[in-house]
Design a protein around this ligand. Structure first.
Ligand SMILES: Cc1cc2nc3c(=O)[nH]c(=O)nc-3n(C[C@H](O)[C@H](O)[C@H](O)COP(=O)(O)OP(=O)(O)OC[C@H]3O[C@@H](n4cnc5c(N)ncnc54)[C@H](O)[C@@H]3O)c2cc1C
Length: 475
C-alpha cells in the first residue's frame, strides 16, 4: 500500500502512511474513501455542477465518534477541511481540492417526540426527511422550499421558507445542538451550556465546529395547507408586484407569498403558447384554517388576469416538494442575493428589465417574502444579522453548457450591481457564491465583531474555513 497524499494548511503536501490509514479505517464506524475507492465520487459530488473538486480523502461519518476522529486527523496533519451536509450550498464549500472532506450525509436520522413536539435530527438529513417524519404526527419545522436541501447547512445559515412568517426561522426553533469543536471535543450547546457557541451557530454557518445533532421545536401544521401558484403575463409584472407589496404589508403571518420571475417552464397546467415566455409567478401558502385562508388569499388571487391559478388545499409535505423538479442537482448555478425592506418603483424597473434579458430558460429571479415572526427576534439574539427585511432576493442563474458561464455569471453580477442601491446591505450567507469573501463583514453588520471573537476563542487556527468565512479576531 502506498502513502496517501493530502493538501495541508501550509504549502507542503503531507502523506498519510498506510498504517495510519489502516488504523483510521479500523476505528471508524463509517468509511474513509481515497480517490479510487467506492463512495468517493458520491461524497464529493454536490448539487452545483460548477463545483468539481477532488479531496485527498473523504471520511463518510456514521456518528459523532467518526467526526471526532476526522477532526483529530485534520489537526494532527494540519489538513484543509471541508464539511458536507446535504451538499446543496451554491458556493460549493462542502468540498475541497486536496485535504479532507468530512461527509455527514450518512448521518440522516430524524427522531420525533410527538408529546414534547421536538425533533432530534442528524446533520445529513434532508428537509424531506424532516417533513416526512414530523408530518406523521401532524408536526412541522420551518425550513426551506426545496425538499432535497440539507438541514445542516440550512440551519447553520438561518433557514426560512413557508412557515417562517408564522413560526420564525429554522434557527429560532433550534433548542440545542451537539457539536465537535476544532479541538476535537464533543460539546452540548444551548442557552445554558456554551451559550456563545449556541448564539454563533444560529446564523454563523459552519465556522465554529461540526454539528452532529440538532434538536428542534416543532409546530402543529396541516396536514393540508392552502397553497399553489398564480401565474401572470410578465407584461403585468410591475402593476402586480406593486399591488402585491401593498397587500402583503398588511397580511396575516399565516400567509406567505414568494414572487418568481422567469421563463415559463412546460408545466402541465400552463397553456402551451406560454411555455418559454417570461411570466411572473406568485407562489403562496396559508398555514392555518383552509376557509380563513381562502378569504385571506382572495385579494392576491384577484390581482390582474392570471394565465393560471392552481391554489388548492395540498398536503404540507407535498407542497414542500413542489419546486424540486425545477431545482434538481447537476446544473451549473451561480447566485447573487440582496435583502430589501420594500420592493420600490425603481427597484422593480431594474428587476423587470433584467428579467427581459434572462440568459437562459432555467434562470430566475425569486423574491422570498419573510418578516412576520422572524422579525420579532432582536438582531442581537442570534448571529443571523437581518430581521427587518421583508424580501430576500435570489438571482438564481442556472444553465447547462460551460460555454454559457460568462454570459450567465455576467448577467447575475449586473443585476446584483444594479439593485445594490435599494438593498439593506445585509445578506443571507446561504445564498452567496464563493467569490464574495470580502462581503462577509458587511453582511453580518452589528454581529460580525462578536462572531469574530467567538471564532478566535473556539477556532483560532481557522480549521473550519471552507465556508463563508468569519476570521478569528486576532487572525
Ligand atoms: C435549490 C435550493 C433551494 C434552496 N432554498 C432555500 C430556502 O428556501 N430557504 C433557505 O433558507 N435556504 C435555501 N437554500 C440554501 C440552503 O440553505 C443552503 O444551500 C445550505 O447551505 C444547504 O445546506 P446543505 O447541508 O445542503 O449544504 P452543504 O453544501 O452540505 O453545506 C454548506 C456548508 O454548511 C456547513 N455545514 C453543513 N453542515 C454542517 C454541520 N453539520 N456542521 C458544521 N458545518 C456544516 C459547511 O461549512 C458547508 O460548507 C436553497 C439551496 C438550494 C440549492
Amino acid at each position: 500500500m502506498t502513502n496517501l497524499s493530502l493538501s495541508t494548511v501550509g504549502a507542503m503536501p503531507i502523506t498519510i502512511p498506510p498504517e495510519d490509514l489502516q488504523a483510521l479505517r479500523a476505528a471508524l464506524r463509517g468509511s474513509a474513501c481515497a480517490p479510487t475507492d467506492a463512495g468517493y465520487d458520491e461524497a464529493r459530488t454536490i448539487w452545483n455542477a460548477m463545483i468539481d473538486r477532488r479531496p485527498g480523502l473523504a471520511i463518510r461519518c456514521q456518528g459523532a465518534a467518526d467526526v471526532m476522529l476526522a477532526v483529530d486527523l485534520a489537526r494532527k496533519h494540519e489538513l484543509l477541511v471541508a464539511v458536507r451536509g446535504g451538499g446543496h450550498n451554491v458556493a460549493g464549500s462542502a468540498v475541497c481540492d486536496g485535504g479532507l472532506l468530512i461527509d455527514l450525509s450518512p448521518m440522516r436520522w430524524v427522531r420525533i417526540d410527538p408529546v414534547a413536539k421536538r425533533a432530534n435530527v442528524g446533520p445529513g438529513a434532508t428537509l424531506a426527511d424532516v417533513d416526512r417524519e414530523a408530518q406523521a404526527f401532524g408536526l412541522a419545522l420551518p425550513t426551506g422550499i426545496n425538499s432535497t436541501t440539507g438541514i445542516g447547512g440550512l440551519t447553520l445559515g438561518g433557514g426560512f421558507g413557508w412557515l417562517t412568517r408564522k413560526f420564525g426561522m429554522t434557527i429560532d426553533n433550534l433548542i440545542s445542538a451537539e457539536m465537535v469543536t476544532a479541538e476535537g471535543k464533543l460539546v452540548h450547546v444551548d442557552v445554558r451550556d456554551n451559550p456563545d457557541l449556541f448564539w454563533a451557530i444560529r446564523g454563523g454557518g459552519g465556522n465554529f465546529g461540526i454539528v452532529t445533532n440538532f434538536e428542534f421545536q416543532l409546530h402543529t401544521v396541516g396536514p393540508q395547507v392552502l397553497s399553489g401558484l398564480v401565474v401572470h403575463p410578465f407584461a403585468d409584472a410591475k402593476k402586480i408586484l406593486t399591488q402585491y407589496q401593498s397587500i402583503l404589508s398588511e397580511a396575516s403571518h399565516d400567509l406567505t407569498c414568494w414572487a418568481v420571475m422567469r421563463k415559463a417552464p412546460p408545466l402541465p397546467f400552463l397553456p402551451q403558447e406560454w411555455h418559454g415566455r417570461e411570466v411572473l409567478i406568485l407562489a403562496m401558502c396559508w398555514v392555518g384554517d383552509i376557509a380563513a385562508g381562502e378569504k385571506a388569499m382572495a385579494p392576491l388571487r384577484g390581482l390582474g388576469t392570471p394565465i393560471a391559478d392552481v391554489v388548492s388545499p395540498t398536503p404540507f409535505a407535498g407542497w414542500q416538494t413542489a419546486f424540486d423538479p425545477l431545482l434538481t442537482a447537476g446544473a451549473r448555478n451561480y447566485w447573487k442575493t440582496h435583502d430589501f425592506e420594500q420592493l420600490e418603483g425603481d427597484l422593480l424597473d431594474t428587476l423587470i428589465e433584467a428579467v427581459k434579458a434572462l440568459p437562459g430558460p432555467e434562470c430566475e429571479v425569486f423574491i422570498a417574502h419573510v418578516g412576520g415572526a422572524m422579525s420579532h427576534v432582536p438582531v442581537s439574539a442570534t448571529a443571523y444579522p437581518q430581521r427587518s427585511a421583508h424580501y430576500i432576493m435570489n438571482v438564481h442563474t442556472r444553465w447547462r453548457d460551460p460555454g454559457d458561464d460568462s454570459a450567465c455569471i455576467g448577467w447575475a453580477r449586473d443585476l446584483f450591481q444594479g439593485a445594490a442601491k435599494y438593498s439593506l446591505g445585509s445578506a443571507y450567507v446561504n445564498f452567496m457564491p464563493d467569490d464574495e469573501g470580502d462581503r462577509i463583514e458587511k453582511v453580518y453588520g452589528p454581529n460580525y465583531r462578536r462572531l469574530s471573537e467567538i471564532k478566535q476563542r473556539y477556532d483560532p487556527g481557522n480549521l473550519f474555513r471552507s465556508n463563508q468565512n468569519i476570521k478569528p479576531s486576532k487572525g
